[in-house]
Ligand binder design. Structure first.
Ligand SMILES: [Mg+2]
Length: 276
């Protein structure tokens, strides 16, 4: 019979181990400008700190005797234990590595657990803001929590007042900016903070009102945990056409989405994006 695993405390241990492993590297991360150690499965350069964070997660799960398939931004897909198809663990060991190496205090570790290689099958999630020590968690059907307190998204519906994150970090900026012009014109406070998993958690807990990424660049490894956190908090995440977000959990899979705190602001954003 399949062993029932209590995942949340294990993900908290993963977080603590990531913190422990990267702390000595943080002191030199900025000074040494961390050399690139090749290209990760997700297509970005890998730094020592990404590798250490991933090791910390794998080590924690292996120590618990858990069989799992790892889907990681850094190493791609790897199997551990005798029954690797019982659990799928999708990780972005460090989301926001550029922020970390430049000394910008906005980066996170992101871990999602699922029964299948599909975004829809994610049942437990953790995103931990490693510089502020804030932890966002969710269990399917069990709500979303920030440091143990139930998260509530904002009720903001006015674009005049809203704070909206838009990731425009792409060589295709000219192409995608055209769909966003009307929205940007009507929104007073546009932000991009540089760690997308964490920016999605900001929508979930009411810190911001929406987050948009239509570059076609963001991986499921960055998004899997925050996807569940957003939904369990009662916020929304859909494709730019308003369809449910569906994706394979694979480091090569890319997503485009709009995440919003409530239906009213979500509909306003989607219709302004149609206007272009
Ligand atoms: Mg990363």
């Amino acid at each position: 019979m399949k062993k029932e695993i209590s995942w949340l405390p294990i993900l908290i241990q993963c977080r603590d181990n990531v913190k422990r492993r990267i702390t000595p590297l943080l002191k030199t991360a900025k000074k040494q400008q961390q050399p690139n150690l090749g290209i990760g499965a997700g297509g970005d350069p890998i730094k020592q700190i990404d590798i250490e964070a991933e090791k910390a997660i794998v080590e924690t799960l292996v120590r618990q005797g858990i069989s799992f398939t790892l889907i990681s931004e850094e190493s791609g897909i790897k199997e551990y234990g005798g029954k690797p198809d019982e659990n799928y663990v999708t990780v972005d060991p460090i989301d926001g590595t550029t922020n970390l190496t430049r000394g910008i205090p906005f980066y996170a570790t992101s871990i999602a657990v699922s029964t299948k290689l599909e975004l829809n099958a994610v049942h437990t999630a953790l995103v931990a803001d490693l510089s502020h020590g804030t932890t966002y968690t969710a269990k399917k059907g069990g709500g979303a929590y920030r440091d143990g307190k139930k998260m509530v998204p904002s009720k903001q519906t006015s674009l005049e007042e809203a704070v909206i994150g838009i990731d425009l970090n792409t060589y295709k900026a000219r192409e995608i900016a055209s769909c966003l012009t009307s929205l940007i014109e009507k929104t007073k406070h546009i932000r991009h903070l540089g760690a997308n998993a964490l920016e999605l958690c900001y929508v979930a807990d009411g810190t911001t009102d929406a987050f948009i990424d239509i570059r076609g660049k963001l991986r499921t490894t960055d998004t899997a945990a925050a996807w569940l956190i957003i939904r369990e908090a009662g916020a929304l995440i859909t494709t730019p056409n308003g369809k449910p977000l569906e994706a394979k959990l694979d480091p090569k899979e890319r997503l485009t989405f709009v995440a919003s705190a409530n239906l009213q602001i979500h509909e306003k954003i989607l219709s302004l994006m149609k206007e272009g």
